[in-house]
Design a protein around this ligand. Structure first.
Ligand code: 11C
Length: 331
């Protein structure tokens, strides 16, 4: 496979290269792409170094697959140009996610929607991916009625400058560039991405819309509050789920334990529950604190943690690539 990685010098792009390598994706030719100022520089992949090329040269090379993580406007402009030369694009930006002509895919949940005609495939938002990994199997069994999610999101979701801000603040460096409107160290900002007209942030709107598309079900209600916290290892989510049907707690645990890509870590007697500090670098979605909501029937509380750069971005994109290759959906 000729594989282009667009945005190969960014935080997600770097993890994409690592995940392609770790999963031994059948790369015969790697084409790293980045902004003009990085063209000619090198990136490492396996034992070798590869020269970063321009978008124009990458399109001319007609890769089989291009994995994009370079921002929405780059995806809007260039993904169709790759698609025109026959490349299957897997796009990690928000550009195409809610486009009704594009599929939004979490492989364990809805890879079966993909066909050979899908030349631009959207990778969901990180906080959506870990949420639907848990909602999907529970919806099948008990039928979702209403979901309330509150997130505790890692600064890695914002990018390298945000990691630098947090580390600068930890080290007492006053000269550090602030990407957030406030200090993030010792703080919690109820503000991920920009505010929209309705006073929700764009992150919250993604969380409220994307799960319905992925699950192919708009019969349930979902509301979200997204909060940035001084954490680097992954995103955490407190989720309250009301079902149409009654559930059994042991059965919920069994369903989740048997869901590929989900790990139940739930033994409060031993203080065992998922935490981002310990789950950085993992590809699975971890769920714990599974318990009944005592305030109303048919309602569950739980806690979900995943590495947002892995399953929330790079791993999910590479899994989509693996699926399209395995099922002969490219070319
Ligand atoms: C965050 N979820 O943590 C965002 C980052 O639409 O892919 C990813 C944004 C996106 O801020």
């Amino acid at each position: 496979m000729k594989v282009a990685v667009v945005g190969s010098t960014g935080m997600v792009g770097q993890v994409m290269l690592k995940v392609l390598e770790e999963r031994n994706f059948p790369v015969t030719e790697l084409i790293p792409v980045a902004s003009e100022k990085s063209v000619g520089k090198k990136v490492k992949y396996k034992q070798d170094e590869f020269t970063i090329v321009s978008m124009k040269d990458a399109i001319a090379a007609k890769p089989d697959i291009a994995i994009f993580s370079a921002g929405g406007s780059t995806s809007l402009e260039f993904a169709p140009l790759f698609a025109e030369v026959g490349t299957t694009v897997i796009d990690n930006s928000s550009a195409w996610r809610m486009d009704p002509t594009k599929k939004l895919v979490v492989p364990e949940i809805n890879a079966d929607v993909l066909t050979k005609e899908d030349k631009i495939i959207a990778n969901p938002n990180c906080s959506t991916i870990q949420l639907v990994m848990v909602l999907g199997p529970l919806n099948k069994k008990y039928d979702l009625k209403r979901v309330i999610v509150s997130t505790y999101q890692s600064v890695t979701g914002t990018g390298k400058a945000a990691v630098d801000q947090l580390n600068g603040e930890i080290n007492g460096d006053d000269s550090v560039v602030k990407v957030y409107p406030y200090q993030i160290f010792k703080n919690a900002l109820p503000h991920c991405d920009v505010f929209a007209d309705d006073d929700y942030t764009k992150e919250e709107i993604k969380l409220m819309k994307e799960p319905k598309k992925i699950l192919g079900d708009d019969t349930f209600n979902l509301t979200a509050t997204a909060v940035r916290v001084p954490v680097q290892g992954g995103h955490s989510e407190s989720v309250n789920i009301e079902f149409e049907n009654e559930f059994d707690l042991d059965e919920v645990r069994k369903i989740l334990s048997e869901t590929p890509g989900v790990i139940v870590m739930d033994n409060v007697k031993n203080n065992e529950y998922p935490m981002p500090l310990y789950l950085e670098g993992k590809d699975e979605v971890y769920v714990g604190r599974i318990r009944r909501d005592l305030s109303q029937p048919k309602t569950l509380n739980l806690w979900i943690v995943a590495d947002n750069l892995r399953k929330g971005a790079a791993t999910n994109a590479v899994q989509i690539a693996e699926y399209v290759v395995k099922n002969n959906l490219i070319g």
